[in-house]
Design a protein around this ligand. Structure first.
Ligand code: MIC
Ligand code: SF4
Length: 649
């Protein structure tokens, strides 16, 4: 039996455990990336490990999320990140140099290597044949220190592509199709491996759009083979030497095979408020559009923006529609400027914003109240845009450009009626290479003084787990609660380096009284609990969604199911990630019920289930503990930092 590409790369990096689906394995990490909104905490944690220099082949610290600099906080973070990078052997991608995933693909991605990033869209690197995984900052810090990264050996799902995309149908429509099949729920522990003759029809940036948004499925990562297209891309980036051919063995077996004939696809849309609320653009045509935003790590490549500029050429955005364009990297920005496409975009009335996450994370460009915004990014969770009641539709750049022209959702195939031909954009033979936006680390670490601002504070300390927890349900939430619900981004992002302050916004969108109530209960010596439905902790890798609840005294989450990165973050910060043995028990527990868990030390050490007592209602129920031996020790120690320290001692 042949091996899948995923297992071949994992095998080459395996340092702990055996490669059996479902078992915990440790892998060596070749490269890491961080971005500023998760990076400050990751580097504070790295500093706490007292390791003089990173042990990876390459580590890059990007600044792309918090670039608005309203107030001193962002600028202080940038200065801290620049100095800490210089000191510890990390490359520093300056603000303005672009979005981490786009820049990493262009300048650093290497087929067959492993990449761990403190951002959930790190799997973008799968477009160039990397095993690229998103994780919490603490896991990335450990990897920078040379420690293995632990994950569940995945079930590999093969997506076999045949045919070729028709005119006006784009890579984004492929991943929206996959989202319609697999949805955002129930994919924990899986990896998608793309193959088939259709792969050769897709360029590396198109593949990266597909692997990027695999994050929305909740899979561990997605990967494409490395082939002639990959070689052409690397050659055009002046990095041909990094290329090697990679593919699955013939006869490789997969847990499931999904066949997609690219030639049968049509323009798709993810409707509010979930990336798996998929429909065809045709079915939504005519919906009035107030804003169009083109960019983000999903769709901001040179090809994407040249396509948009070519569609808009000689036209202006509809008078009622605000058009925003953000190039994904300084490379893309410089190239569209050099080649005249920037002029077309400006002439069409586009508002050009810097190469950064911007609108995607709710940093600026909030839509009007109740407004409809058509965006090329990957998430349309309620409130994420900065406007609570805005309706966000996710589409391809082609569909977004069509909406900008007509002012309503429009199937781009109908642009022919306006005399607009489908642009045929070839991949450039050579990209414009200018790495001055990336600062290499200092040769002499001693000479660098790390600079911290007043908003930068250490992550909260966690105590070893108590043997008994007695406390109260502080909130009961439903299915698909995202980390944007737990720890909001947007205008709150600038407090990422200040856990105490950032904690005051936990669950702001669901129940703004949560932090205050939790703090009061914690100060009375009681534990705080969260009750949740399915797929709790979807979305972002932000470890603040565990760190801030910990600060507020949350000691356990009881959910129907928990998403991968958040599950790992809860363990890293010593919060018990419990799942209902019988999902019906979810309905029996109410907010404000008192709960008790006893004999925890013994049970966490070895049991697969715990008994919880609902003290208010007087009944008991079981929760499952699906943990590896390593995770049990981390929980008993009160988190990964304590665990690592105790092992050092
Ligand atoms: C996101 O897209 O939600 C983010 C912002 O990039 C996050 C990281 C963060 O919250 O800082 C992610 O995807 O992990
Ligand atoms: Fe940035 Fe948006 Fe990509 Fe997250 S999804 S890294 S916020 S562009």
């Amino acid at each position: 039996m042949g091996q899948s590409l995923v297992y071949k790369i994992l095998q080459q990096h395996l340092v702990d455990g055996s490669l059996t689906p479902g078992a915990e394995i440790g892998i060596r990490i070749d490269q890491t990336l961080t971005q500023d909104a998760t990076g400050t905490m990751a580097y504070l944690q790295f500093e706490a490990m007292n390791i003089p220099r990173v042990k990876t082949d390459l580590s890059v610290s990007y600044v792309d999320h918090n670039t608005l600099q309203e107030g001193f906080e962002n600028a202080d973070d940038h200065r801290y990140l620049a100095t800490v990078a210089a000191k510890y052997g990390i490359h520093y991608s300056r603000p303005g140099n672009g979005i981490c995933h786009q820049v990493h693909l262009e300048r650093f991605g290497v087929p067959g290597k492993t990449l761990l990033g403190s951002d959930s869209h790190t799997p973008t690197g799968g477009g160039i044949g990397m095993i690229a995984i998103g994780a919490g900052g603490l896991d990335v810090a450990v990897a920078m220190g040379g420690g293995p990264f632990y994950l569940t050996a995945p079930q590999v799902v093969n997506v076999r592509l045949t045919g070729q995309l028709p005119d006006w149908v784009a890579a984004k429509d492929v991943i929206l199709k996959v989202l319609s099949i697999l949805t955002t729920k129930g994919n924990v522990g899986k990896v998608l491996e793309y193959s088939g003759p259709g792969v050769a029809t897709l360029s590396v940036p198109e593949r990266a759009t597909i692997t990027n948004m695999g994050a929305e499925l909740g899979v561990t990562t997605s990967v494409f083979p490395s082939d002639e297209r990959t070689r052409e891309f690397l050659d055009a980036q002046g990095r041909g030497a990094a290329w090697r051919a990679l593919a699955a063995d013939s006869g490789a077996e997969y847990a499931r095979v999904i066949d997609i004939d690219l030639s049968t696809l049509e323009p798709m849309v993810a409707k509010p408020h979930s990336p798996d609320n998929i429909d065809t653009v045709r079915n939504c045509a005519g919906t009035k559009v107030h804003q169009v935003c083109i960019g983000s790590c999903t769709n901001s490549s040179y090809k994407d923006l040249v396509t948009v500029a070519s569609i808009l050429a000689g036209r202006t955005a509809s008078p009622d529609t605000s058009l925003v364009v953000s190039p994904g990297s300084r490379q893309v920005f410089q190239m569209i400027a050099r080649d005249g496409y920037l002029t077309e975009l400006i002439a069409a009335g586009a508002r050009i914003v810097e190469s950064a996450c911007g609108f995607c994370i709710g940093a600026g460009q909030a839509p009007p109240s109740g407004g409809v915004s058509v965006r090329t990014n990957n998430r349309n969770f309620e409130g994420r845009s900065g406007t609570r009641d805005a309706q966000i539709y996710l589409t391809s750049p082609e569909t977004a450009a069509a909406a900008a022209i007509t002012g309503v959702l429009t199937d781009p195939r109908d642009l022919a009626k306006l005399g607009i031909a489908c642009p045929k954009v070839a991949m450039p033979a050579a990209f414009l290479v200018d790495d001055r936006g990336v600062l290499p680390p200092a040769g002499d670490s001693q000479s660098v003084q790390v600079q911290r601002g007043p908003n930068i504070g250490a992550p909260p300390a966690s105590n070893p787990l108590a043997d008994r927890l007695l406390g109260d349900v502080m909130i009961k939430v439903g299915d698909k609660i995202t980390t944007d619900h737990i720890s909001p981004a947007g205008s709150r992002l600038k407090f990422r380096s200040n856990v105490e302050k950032y904690s005051t916004f936990v669950f702001e969108i669901l129940d703004p009284t949560f932090p205050k109530r939790c703090g009061e209960n914690r100060d009375k010596g009681r534990a705080n609990f969260i009750i949740a439905g399915d797929s709790y902790g979807q979305g972002s890798s932000r470890e603040h969604a565990a760190m801030c609840p910990l600060f507020l005294g949350v000691r356990a989450l009881l959910a129907k199911s928990i998403e991968r990165i958040h599950h790992a973050n809860l363990i890293n910060f010593g919060i018990l990630p419990l799942t209902f043995a019988n999902p019906a028990d979810y309905d029996r527990i109410a907010a404000a019920d008192a709960l008790e868990l006893v004999d925890l030390h013994k049970q966490i050490a070895s049991a697969d289930a715990l008994t919880v007592r609902d003290v208010t209602k007087g009944f008991e129920f079981k929760v499952a503990l699906k943990l590896s031996a390593r995770q049990r020790k981390i929980l008993l120690a009160g988190g990964l930092l304590n665990f690592t320290r105790s092992r050092g001692a």
